[in-house]
Design a protein around this ligand. Structure first.
Ligand code: CP
Length: 312
């Protein structure tokens, strides 16, 4: 495959290949091998039209650990403020020799359009309320490390599903991997087309907690919220927030996830976010391995294989 635009692009075999490759890369990194030569001579452009901490930094770290040259582009401070279009921006960067373009954009579908304009591989790093496939990959990687095979595992995704590209990509990828996914949200924070998603829907968080192997809390996306959609923060936290009392209702082996950034005290209590069940910091670390695997598989071609390490 040339691009990664949607989690639906991945068959079960594709997804397992990415996860196994990420595991192999993480093991190499744990042997204090900082860099692999795989993408030497290749250029990766990080094209960010929306703010990001985790995704932007981890794609940069991933590309550098594979020895690629990295160009970081942020719309803020660029000629986008003078009205330059996405297409002209992309063609300008391609003229500088991009083999891979990692794009985050506020418009759903922007990575798909970009893939039609540039010769290199396009990786979706989050487009509007649509998808965030590498987040789903790093989440699946984290679940596999903690819980083993995902076949039959019960994953509950809670919160602002309406605005969440993380939720959509996770539902698609996790069901491809055989997990049983339930989304829990206020009716006003569910997409109109939720019936077409391959998951169950519940409005009763307390009812699903004891049956969950994973609980994934979503950020309440105030910046995309129409005030009419949202109950008060207090009411939301009371009905859909994960506090210590609710966490105690989970099975002993269950893990608590959040893609970040978090609204502590809204969708997740600080003591839950910082608890031993939380994988939130682990998810960030795993993001580098998962993104290395994606770049390696899309751009690596027949260049030096994983086994050829460069210690630095
Ligand atoms: N999870 C995630 O995409 O975080 P950033 O917005 O900080 O990249």
């Amino acid at each position: 495959k040339r691009h990664l635009i949607s989690a639906a692009d991945l068959t079960r075999d594709d997804a397992l290949l990415v996860l196994d490759t990420a595991e192999e890369l993480a093991q190499i990194a744990s042997r204090a091998v900082k860099k692999l030569p795989t993408l030497r001579g290749r250029t990766v452009v990080n094209l960010f039209f929306e703010d990001s901490t985790r995704t932007r930094i981890s794609f940069e770290a991933a590309a550098k650990r594979l020895s690629a040259d990295v160009i970081n582009f942020s719309a803020k401070g660029s000629s986008v403020s003078k009205g330059e279009s996405l297409k002209d921006t992309a063609l300008t960067l391609e003229a500088m020799g991009a083999d891979g373009v990692v794009i985050r954009h506020g418009a759903s579908g922007a990575p798909h359009r970009l893939a039609g304009w540039v010769r290199g591989s396009v990786v979706n790093a989050g487009d509007g309320t649509h998808e965030h496939p590498t987040q789903a990959l790093l989440d699946a990687f984290t679940m596999r490390k903690r819980l083993g095979d995902l076949e039959g595992r019960r994953v509950t995704i809670v919160g602002d599903v309406l605005h969440s590209r993380v939720a959509r990509s996770n539902v698609l990828l996790l069901t491809t991997l055989g997990a049983d996914v339930t989304v829990v949200a206020p009716p006003t924070l569910l997409p109109v087309a939720i019936d077409t998603w391959p998951c169950s829907v519940s409005y009763d968080l307390d009812g699903v907690l004891p049956k969950s192997d994973v609980i994934m809390m979503l950020r309440v996306q105030q910046e995309r919220m129409n005030a009419a959609y949202f109950p008060t923060v207090r009411e939301y936290s009371r009905r859909y927030g994960l506090d210590a009392e609710r966490m105690a209702a989970l099975p002993d082996h269950a893990i608590v996830m959040h893609p970040g950034p978090m609204n502590r005290g809204v969708e997740i209590a600080a003591e839950v976010a910082d608890s031993v069940r939380s994988t939130i910091v682990e998810q960030v670390a795993n993001g580098v391995s998962a993104r290395m695997a994606v770049l390696y598989l899309l751009l690596g071609g027949s260049e030096p294989a994983i086994g050829q390490e460069v210690s630095q």
